[in-house]
Design a protein around this ligand. Structure first.
Ligand code: IPM
Ligand code: MG
Length: 357
């Protein structure tokens, strides 16, 4: 038996805990099949916990002691979803998700866009071969982490701002990661940089760094698109994409487009990664509060997040097994849909677990 990986598990809000239960069911089966060992530690963080510990009156999102414990002891984190209308917009998201992204310096948000069954694609005449790309989203900078300011709040002269802010180091490390990935993937050997340098002049930093780092990768072709055009091409010609790198905010937006062309939020997963260090894996979808506790949410995206986690922990073969098994179940109609309510959450989890074993 190999070393035991310690996994922090945060179900979070809405359907998060239910889909995570199925993800862990899959992890269990993979562990016995590949002779791996995992120990999980569950944390209660999310809106229920925030309310139970005081809510607006000092409620906890991710207490520092728990954060330090995870940081010191765990090899990976599996997160369900955060978001609940009972808390102010963004408060728990910031307290839990952003605390981990920033506190663990998870500078890569890795979002594969892969179509497993052509019938899931809303685009006309596109096949599995046409939708197979990875978006590398910067994950620690941009408007996401700049301070918001409000001047003359509540008056007709109010001015609100939250600048897009990029550091040379932050830009360089994510671009370098993307070049390496394009090389490792060995698909078309090209890297597309997506920005908006024609309007946001600060993106000139991205333009320069992309070209400079690119000199170290003569085997990787450099491509460029503005974010508006990139959204258009992704829908019109997804086969043009291999690896793309972009800023935090644009990456957030374009990966939702990506999720749609691979079959929807029911299948899209992501890794918040610091290479070689403790990293966080989660489905891209939100907490879908209206489905909470009903056993109707589709757990496939969480299972794919577990696959990404396996890959990060060095278990490539196990990752491939999970991925190809889910793809087969989709193609064979065993998993009938990626939408909520067609089959129950636990039924899909059982199906995948049985097929993996
Ligand atoms: C995502 C989500 C988050 C983000 C939200 C919940 C803060 O949309 O992971 O893409 O914008 O990063
Ligand atoms: Mg998003």
């Amino acid at each position: 038996m190999s070393t035991t990986h310690k996994i922090a598990v945060i179900g979070g809000d809405g359907i998060g805990p239910e889909v995570v239960t199925e993800g862990l069911k899959v992890l269990d089966v993979v562990a016995s099949r590949f002779n791996l060992s995992f120990e999980t530690v569950t944390y209660p963080f999310g809106t229920d916990h925030w309310l139970a510990t005081g809510g607006t009156d000092g409620g906890e999102t991710f207490p520092k002691s728990a954060f330090e414990e995870v940081k010191a002891n765990c090899d990976a984190i599996l997160l369900g979803a955060i978001g609940d209308p009972r808390a102010p917009v963004g408060l728990v998201e910031h307290g839990v998700i952003m605390t981990m992204r920033l506190g663990l310096d998870l500078f890569v948000n890795l979002r594969p866009v892969k179509l497993y069954d052509r019938r899931l694609c809303p685009l006309k005449d596109k096949t599995e071969a046409d939708v197979d790309m990875v978006i590398v989203r910067e994950n620690t900078e941009d408007a996401y982490t700049a301070q918001p300011t409000f001047e003359h709040k509540g008056t007709p002269d109010e001015v609100a701002s939250q600048p897009m802010r990029y550091t040379r180091k932050g830009t360089e490390r994510v671009i370098r990661y993307a070049y390496d990935l394009a090389r490792r993937r060995n698909k078309d050997k090209k890297l597309l940089m997506i920005d908006k340098a024609n309007a946001v002049r600060a993106h000139d930093l991205w333009t320069r760094v992309f070209a400079e780092v690119g000199t170290e990768y003569p085997d990787i072709a450099q491509e460029h698109a503005y974010i508006d055009a990139a959204c258009m091409w992704m829908v019109k010609n997804p086969e043009w994409f291999d690896v793309a790198v972009t800023t935090n905010l644009f990456g957030d937006i374009i990966t939702d487009v990506g999720a749609m062309i691979q079959g929807g939020l029911g299948v899209a997963a992501s890794g918040n990664i610091h290479p070689g260090r403790l990293s966080l894996f989660e489905p891209i979808h939100g907490s879908a509060p209206k489905y909470k506790g009903k056993n109707v949410a589709n757990p496939v995206a969480t299972v794919m997040a577990v696959a990404m986690m396996l890959d990060h922990l060095g278990h490539t073969e196990a990752k491939t097994h999970v991925e190809s098994t889910v793809a087969r179940l989709l193609r064979e109609d065993a998993i009938k849909s990626l939408s909520a309510g067609v089959q129950s959450t636990s039924e899909i989890g059982d199906l995948i677990a049985d097929a993996l074993a």
